[in-house]
Unconditional design. Structure first.
Length: 222
């Protein structure tokens, strides 16, 4: 098979094709006073529109040496305490958050041409709450947590298979088994930006900024 030319392939692609994307009007004057309310509305709309895996998000951190990193994680919840996700405290992201407890999240829902960006400080939930979050998830999630060693070097896929099979057995036999390093993190938003794409490139960007008097809303140039 001939190697595909990357430049040609990129030029052939289209963003927000009408047959796959519905660019809905967004009037920021009608937006609710808090970002959580708008996030909840937009998340429900993404689910209803058939967006695959709308609960996945990009998590950006800065490591111990000040170098940025980003990966896809799962949203565990969003409430008055912040946007939550989880990982091992000993993982690469866990170590980064320990060194610099500040992060950014990004959601992208192409079926509606929408994205949401959240930035702010991050705190760790108490161990009891972190374990309760883990045990409320699937057997597979617990098995993965019990496998542990996240971000460490792996000698072979055979080693992964062997350790994972043992973790699956433990998870099935004891669904309440703790994973001591599993940590629930909460990002407390300082800014939350809502982006609605527009076919004429007049994209609407509404940013909520936390102040001592509550949330302030501003529009941003696209």
């Amino acid at each position: 098979m001939a190697q595909q030319d990357l430049h040609t392939l990129l030029r052939s692609l289209r963003v927000w094709a009408p047959e796959t994307t519905e660019l809905r009007p967004f009037d920021p004057d009608t937006a609710p006073p808090t970002p959580l309310a708008l996030f909840t509305n937009w998340f429900a709309a993404a689910v209803a529109a058939g967006q695959p895996e709308p609960h996945t998000m990009s998590l950006a951190t800065v490591d111990e040496e000040g170098r940025p990193d980003v990966r896809i994680v799962m949203l565990h919840g969003a409430d008055a305490d912040g946007w939550s996700f989880a990982s091992h405290a000993t993982s690469r992201k866990g170590r980064a958050l320990s060194a610099h407890p500040y992060a950014a999240l990004a959601f992208y829902w192409p079926v509606l041409g929408r994205q949401i960006r959240v930035r702010g400080p991050v705190t760790s939930a108490p161990s009891e709450e972190s374990q309760a979050d883990l045990h409320a998830r699937s057997t597979g999630a617990l098995a993965a947590a019990l496998t542990g060693r996240q971000s460490e070097e792996l000698s072979s896929l055979e080693e992964l298979r062997r350790v994972s099979e043992g973790a699956w057995e433990r998870a099935r036999e004891n669904p309440g088994e703790p994973s001591p390093t599993w940590t629930l993190y909460r990002l407390h938003p300082e800014t939350v930006e809502f982006f609605q794409g527009d076919a004429d490139r007049r994209h609407v960007r509404l940013e909520y900024r936390s102040t001592e008097f509550g949330w302030r809303r501003v529009l941003l140039w696209p």
